[in-house]
Each structure stands twice: as structure tokens, then as C-alpha cells.
Design a protein around this ligand. Structure first.
Ligand code: ZN
Length: 588
């Protein structure tokens, strides 16, 4: 006999209150006298404790007409004495944060990501759920959950995980659809946008088809893109059968804007496999009540970041030239970050909960995002696999193997599975890759490996420009990075590179530089006045530290930074060109 479902009903009778009214009907569970109701503290896919219960109000429980005792045990857990009988729980959630992770309601639309709205009945996570939505008249509902036969506002979820992994968009949004590989794709576009609808759909179609080719099919029959067109870009969140993309609605003014939309969509779509299906044991089934520690975010996020670029290239959405140019710009930025080689990717993943979204002044010097560094680790592993297989096999094959041999059979993966599958593709040990670049902090050998894949690498030193005056002024370096304050005027120190001239002179975060050699400077001119000195010369820097006026002598050094450029090498040997074509999947 099928289990009686837990029923969730969501109403929004007063959109101006931003309150979503939730009713939870728990069936009679005679063997359980008391139930714990747990409100999630985090949203899977975003590794930070967010304490969504802070938006819960007016919580009460009844059995028939009788109130049931509810005891609060901690910030997110309540104990409900049901005596084994059916119970109805009612509460409201203040829904006024427009993000992919939260809930929102106003008179234009409603959206929720389930972990910010639904209580989990502890111990009953596997029980089927039913969701009934009561929207204002004229509003439509879009979600990846299947609707119940003939009831467009009533949905089924296999369990709590599926319920909260299926965000819901309600309103008067545009609804578009296309088919690819026998799968129906729906696009719910909410909010004003100057995006070319045809181009947006063609972009999404190219992305899903290219990704499908890597995995040999889709793992779902229906997939939903929820796109919020907002005043500013917000980011994305992946789900098993849908994703939410918060984009800047009216930003579609050049090619770059379509590229950045495509990057976000390709990233979240790739997650339908990597992290939603291929994942660490810690990442599903989830513990919604606390941090879920994993050492694999370099793989789940960083490698997804790498694959998104490859998908765009193979989908024909960007050129090889553009791809390599972006890669070089990112590498230049990455190499200028002092903290890139301080913490291992494994530790960066583990510490995500306390560091990734909680920036501190020293992070630039002590750490780097696992998205950013993980992307380079992905490129390096791809190039190692290509070089071991004459270009025939690479990272897409690793993902296909992890999907077919592990995830599709319902098995979680770990670092050993990733290494073993990679080694079986390479036909040799890759233990030094994992020891040095994942567990260790060695510099990723990107410029060293690219030439073997037919890419010409150049590292220009500052001053390598034809304008002789400019060239001279690009040489001196202080190690200071400025943050201009609100009015863009003050030269406030955002970072000091460790062991740089400014570091040795004792200048630190938050110092406000007001003069160089007795001449007043602003955020716009401080760099220019310092550049009046040649490397080896000293500058007198006056600055406020809090309210105290201070001075320091900064002896300028020669700028150690490099500007990297990557380009197709037309003179590469035929064998190398063949490898490059197989790696990039293009004719270049
Ligand atoms: Zn991601």
C-alpha cells in the first residue's frame, strides 16, 4: 500500500505582506507519538548556513479543532506532540529576498526555493509529498514537479528532497518551450528584459544539446529553466530537473552579455549531472539541519566552471579565439592573487562553510575560490588526459564514466573514484596530480601544458608596450590594491601584497592614502604619483589609519606581474593540432 503523503499547501492571499501562508498536513503516524519539525538552515548548492527559520512566523499546530503542544528545541527544530494522530501545522514565511536560494512574494510574482519555505518532518523525509498552490487569479505556476492529473495547481514529489529541490515560479511570466533529444525544455522568463527571445532559446538549445552529447542522453524527461530578469545580476542555482538563473534583465546590449548569460546557463545545466547526480556522499541525501562537509567542491564547482567554457565552445556560442582570450585574462587575474597557492583545493572545499561567503580582509592573500582554482585544476587534468591519449580522451570522458559507472547506478563518488576513473582513461598513475594540485598547493602548470595542446603562450612583463613614456611608468610596483569608497574619491587600501614594498613599509587594509611626496592624491591619482618613481626609488606616503595621520616610506620595486596571452599556434606539428582539435572539439 502506498504511503500516505505529507501535504503542503501554499497560499498568498495578501501579496503586499510578502507572507507566504503554508499549511502542512501530516497523516496519522500511530507508531510516532511526537514528531520533530526541522526548518532547513541551508540551501543545497550554496554552502553557507543561512538560518531560513528567521523568516518563520505564527507557527501553530492543531488536530481537528484542538491545539497541539509545540516545543521549540533550537533555532530550527520544534517538537510536536501528536499522540500518533493526524496533525495540521500552519505558519507564514516572510518572503522578500529576491535570490535563487530564497523566497519572494509581491504583487508581480512569487518564487520559492523549497529549503526556505518547507518544514521537514524529521524521520519522514522519504515519504511522498503533495504540493497544492493557491495563486492569485490569473497567475500561472511553473515548476519541474509533475502536476497531478487534471489539476494544474497540485503537484507530486517523491519525497521531501524532490519537493525542496523543485523551485516554483508563480505569476504572469512568459513561458517558452523547445524539445531536444526527446526531452521537453520549458523556460519561465519573469520580469522585464531586452533579451532577444529567439536568441536566448537558441542559446539554451545549443547548450543542452552539447551537454547531452557529452553524457549520451538526458537523465530527465522534462527540464525547466526559471529565469528572473532583475535590475542586477544575481547568480544561479542548480536542481535535478530545473535551475534558477537570476540575470540582469536589461543588460543585453552587446555580444559579451549573451556570452555571460550562456556561461551561467551552461554552468547550472552541467550541474544536472555534476553535483546533482554525480556527487560526494555528503551531498545527498542531505542533512538540512547543519553543514554538510565535502572535500570535493573543486570538482563539483571548479570542474563545472571549466566545463561550462568547453560547452560554449563546442556549442559554437563562442569562437576558439574568444575562448583562449578569456582563459588568458582569467589566468592573468588568477596569477595576481597572492592567496592562490596557500590553501589546497581539498581544504578550500572543506572550509567553504566558514570562508567562501564570509570574506575577510586577508582572503586575497590567504585563499582563493574553489570555483576559480578548481577551473584551472580541471584544465590541467583535461590536458594531462589529452596528452596521455593523443587527444582522444579528456574531462568529458571522465564525467561520462563517473555518470555511467557510478551515479547512474545510484552510487555516490569520492576522490578515489575520480582518481581511479581518470587513471583508467590515462592508462597511468595520476597520483602526483592529486597529491600536488588537489591535496597540495603547487602552482597549476597551465602555461607549461598549453603548448603541448597547440596553444601559444606569452607572458608580457609590465612595460612591454611601444609607448616609451608609458613603458617606464608601468615598471614601478608598490603592492598596494585600492578600494575606492562610495564617492570614488578616497584612496583606501583594500589589499597589500605580502612582502611587497608597501607591506614592508607597514601600510595595511583600510589605510586611507592622502598624499605622495607631499602632493594630495585621490583614488584616481595615487597610482600615478607612485609611478612617478622608478623601481628602487622611495616615495613618502601620508595616510590616515582610522583618525591618526601617519607617514611611511615605500621603496618601489619592479612590477612582478605578467599579462598572459593564449592563442592558437598555427605552426604546431600535425600531431599537436590533432590533439588541440580533439580537446576543444572545434576545427581550429
Ligand atoms: Zn555551480
Amino acid at each position: 500500500m502506498p504511503q500516505a503523503p505529507i501535504r503542503y499547501r501554499v497560499a498568498m492571499p495578501e501579496p503586499q505582506s510578502h507572507d507566504l501562508h503554508v499549511t502542512l498536513e501530516i497523516p496519522a503516524l500511530p507508531e510516532r507519538r511526537a514528531l520533530d519539525l526541522v526548518f532547513p538552515v541551508w540551501a543545497p548548492g550554496s554552502y553557507l548556513v543561512r538560518d531560513f527559520s528567521r523568516h518563520v512566523y505564527d507557527l501553530e499546530a492543531v488536530a481537528g479543532s484542538r491545539h497541539l503542544p509545540l516545543e521549540r528545541l533550537d533555532k530550527a527544530r520544534w517538537r510536536l506532540q501528536t499522540g500518533g494522530r493526524a496533525a495540521t501545522v500552519r505558519y507564514r514565511v516572510f518572503a522578500f529576498e529576491a535570490s535563487v536560494r530564497t523566497s519572494f512574494l509581491d504583487d508581480s510574482h512569487a518564487f520559492w526555493n523549497g529549503t526556505s519555505l518547507f518544514f521537514l518532518v524529521d524521520g519522514e523525509a522519504d515519504r511522498p509529498c503533495r504540493l497544492d498552490v493557491e495563486p492569485p487569479s490569473g497567475w500561472r505556476i511553473s515548476t519541474a514537479l509533475p502536476s497531478r492529473r487534471g489539476q494544474p495547481s497540485s503537484f507530486r514529489a517523491e519525497n521531501y528532497d524532490e519537493l525542496v529541490d523543485s523551485p516554483v515560479e508563480i505569476g504572469v511570466h512568459e513561458l517558452h518551450a523547445f524539445r531536444a533529444g526527446g526531452t521537453r525544455f520549458e523556460v519561465a522568463l519573469q520580469g522585464p528584459s531586452n533579451v532577444d527571445r529567439k536568441r536566448m532559446l537558441a542559446t539554451l538549445r545549443a547548450i543542452v544539446q552539447t551537454t547531452r552529447a557529452m553524457f549520451g542522453g538526458f537523465p530527465f524527461q522534462r527540464y525547466l529553466f526559471i529565469i528572473h530578469a532583475l535590475p542586477t545580476r544575481g547568480g544561479g542555482l542548480e536542481h535535478a530537473n530545473s535551475c534558477t538563473l537570476d540575470i540582469a534583465g536589461n543588460s543585453f546590449e552587446d555580444e559579451k552579455s549573451y556570452q555571460s548569460f550562456a556561461e551561467l546557463a551552461a554552468h547550472e545545466f552541467f550541474h544536472a549531472w555534476n553535483v546533482k547526480r554525480i556527487h560526494d556522499r555528503a551531498l545527498g541525501p542531505f542533512d538540512y539541519g547543519k553543514e554538510n562537509y565535502t572535500r570535493l567542491l573543486w570538482f563539483h564547482e571548479g570542474f563545472t566552471e571549466y566545463m561550462q567554457g568547453l560547452v560554449l565552445l563546442r556549442a559554437g556560442l563562442i569562437t576558439t579565439e574568444r575562448y583562449l582570450k578569456d582563459l588568458a585574462e582569467n589566468w592573468t587575474r588568477y596569477r595576481a592573487r597572492p592567496g592562490r597557492s596557500v590553501t589546497s583545493l581539498s581544504d578550500l572545499s572543506y572550509e567553504a562553510w566558514i570562508k567562501q561567503y564570509k570574506p575577510a580582509e586577508n582572503h586575497v592573500n590567504r585563499m582563493v575560490s574553489y570555483y576559480d582554482k578548481g577551473r584551472w585544476a580541471g584544465l590541467v587534468l583535461d590536458l594531462l588526459l589529452r596528452s596521455a591519449t593523443a587527444g582522444r580522451r579528456g574531462l568529458p570522458d571522465l564525467f561520462a564514466r563517473l555518470w555511467h559507472a557510478h551515479a547512474a547506478k545510484g552510487n555516490a563518488i569520492d576522490a578515489t573514484a575520480i582518481r581511479r576513473e581518470a587513471e583508467s582513461i590515462a592508462g597511468r598513475s595520476l597520483s602526483s596530480y592529486f597529491r600536488r594540485f588537489i591535496e597540495g598547493t603547487a602552482e597549476l602548470p597551465v602555461p607549461e601544458l598549453l603548448p603541448g595542446a597547440g596553444v601559444k603562450v606569452e607572458a608580457k612583463a609590465p612595460g612591454d608596450v611601444s609607448d616609451a613614456v608609458k613603458a617606464k611608468r608601468l615598471l614601478p610596483w608598490s603592492g598596494l590594491v585600492y578600494a575606492t569608497n562610495g564617492d570614488g574619491e578616497k584612496a583606501v587600501v583594500k589589499n597589500v601584497v605580502p612582502v611587497s614594498p608597501a607591506w614592508r613599509a607597514g601600510i595595511t587594509f583600510g589605510d586611507e592614502i592622502i598624499a605622495v611626496d607631499g602632493t594630495r592624491v585621490t583614488g584616481a591619482t595615487v597610482g600615478k604619483r607612485l609611478a612617478d618613481h622608478a623601481p628602487g626609488q622611495s616615495a613618502e606616503v601620508a595616510f590616515f589609519r582610522k583618525d591618526r595621520l601617519r607617514t611611511a616610506t615605500v621603496r618601489l620595486a619592479r612590477n612582478p606581474e605578467r599579462k598572459w596571452s593564449f592563442a592558437v599556434d598555427p605552426d604546431a606539428r600535425a600531431r599537436v593540432i590533432a590533439l588541440r582539435r580533439r580537446w576543444l572539439g572545434t576545427k581550429d
